[in-house]
Every structure is written in C-alpha cells, then in structure tokens.
Design a protein around this ligand. Structure first.
Ligand SMILES: [Zn+2]
Length: 218
C-alpha cells in the first residue's frame, strides 16, 4: 500500500508537470508573488485547487487542523508583512473534524493534538451546547462561529490600510447553497450582515447574480 501511494504521487506530479505551461516555471524561479494568504483546515477535501488549477504562485497557503490563526501567526505575518498579500482568507469547511473533536472528549489524544484542539474548545464551548455533531447543519454553525472568531483575532493584528480579512466556508455539503464545492463568503473585516457584505466595496467587481450565491451565512 505505501509503495502504491508514493508511486501514484510521483506519477501524478509528472502529469502535473506536463500539464503546466513551461513559462510558469521560468516565472516562479524568480520568487513567489502570491496575492492571497490562505488559512485552511488540513482536511484533504480542502485543496488549494478550489481556486483554480493555475493557482501556483497566487496562494500562500497555511494549513492546520481547524483553520486556526493563533498557532500560525508567524506564517501569517510572513504572508502579510513580507509578501504583502492584500487578502487574508480564513476558510473553514463543512463537517470539520477538528471543530467536532474540539467539543467532544479528546482526552485520549496526544499532547500535540490536544494543544491544537484546546483553543477551539475554549472558543466554541459556549455556542456548542445542544449541537448535534451528526448534523451537518449544526456543525456548520460551529464552523461559521470558528471562522468569525479567527477573523476577529486577525483584524486585531492586521490593520493596514487596504488589507482585508475575509472569512469563508468551503461548502462541501451544500449547507449554504444548493451546490456542493462552493466557497461561501461569511465575513469581511468583521462584517457579518449578509446585505452589508453584498454591498462591501471588496466585492464591487462581482456580478450581483454571483454575489447572491457566494455571500451567505447559516
Ligand atoms: Zn477541518
């Protein structure tokens, strides 16, 4: 099994290499120029490719369980203060195992896992009462709350003019729209009112028909 896995990984990389325009490699040899600092959960269903297959050199991608900012401030600082990405996107996802685990008994986990779950536990414990962890709708409420709290922490730290902190949810289970796989914007710089979000200057170039789909909350 491990041999098959590594064989497939290397072969996929060969395929990927073939699929990319050779100019891309020339461009990125001079250094990276990402436009988005992206914090997502490590969940393998949340791929950077959800923003397109040509996102190489566009996304400075930081991952951990539960898309948390506080245990990765160093990496985020690098993306914002050194790479000057104007967008910090904090992207949760439906059915997040870390969010669910943080409100369950995780006493048997390793110290390292506990260390990463405790902040989620403390952040979400007051709103997780009566949550049915088997319900995608209930868990999505916690995921949204987690994204809101991560945005709140981020905007305390990253306050530069022209810097936006965007909260969103990768909707694998169609909890915020009628189709799975969409990135739904739930928060911009702490604003969570849906109508205000639709009118937000950051989204002014988006078609209103698209905004009505991609801006939502539970
Ligand atoms: Zn997750």
């Amino acid at each position: 099994m491990p041999k098959e896995v590594i064989k497939k990984a290397i072969e996929k990389n060969f395929d990927y290499h073939e699929s990319v325009d050779s100019e891309v490699w020339d461009t990125i040899q001079g250094g990276q120029q990402p436009k988005i600092t992206l914090i997502t959960c490590s969940d393998s269903r949340v791929s950077g490719h959800i923003f397109g297959k040509d996102m190489i050199n566009h996304v400075f991608h930081i991952r951990n369980i539960g898309n948390q900012i506080e245990n990765n401030f160093g990496s985020v600082d690098y993306g914002i203060n050194h790479l000057h990405t104007p967008i910090l996107l904090i992207l949760g996802h439906t059915d997040c195992g870390a969010v669910k685990a943080s409100q369950s008994d995780f006493s048997g986990e390793s110290d390292e896992i506990k260390k990463e779950l405790y902040p989620l536990y403390f952040n979400l414990r007051l709103v997780s009462k009566n949550t049915d962890m088997g319900s995608h709708a209930d868990v999505t409420k916690l995921v949204q709350e987690n994204v809101d709290l991560q945005v709140k922490d981020a905007i305390k730290r990253y306050t530069t003019e022209g810097q936006y902190v965007v909260g969103a949810i990768f909707d694998i289970h169609s909890q915020l729209g009628d189709k799975p796989g969409r990135v739904i914007i739930t928060n911009i710089n702490g604003e969570t009112d849906i109508e205000e979000l639709k009118e937000h200057p950051l989204l002014s170039d988006l078609e209103s028909s698209m905004k009505s789909v991609v801006v939502n909350r539970v």
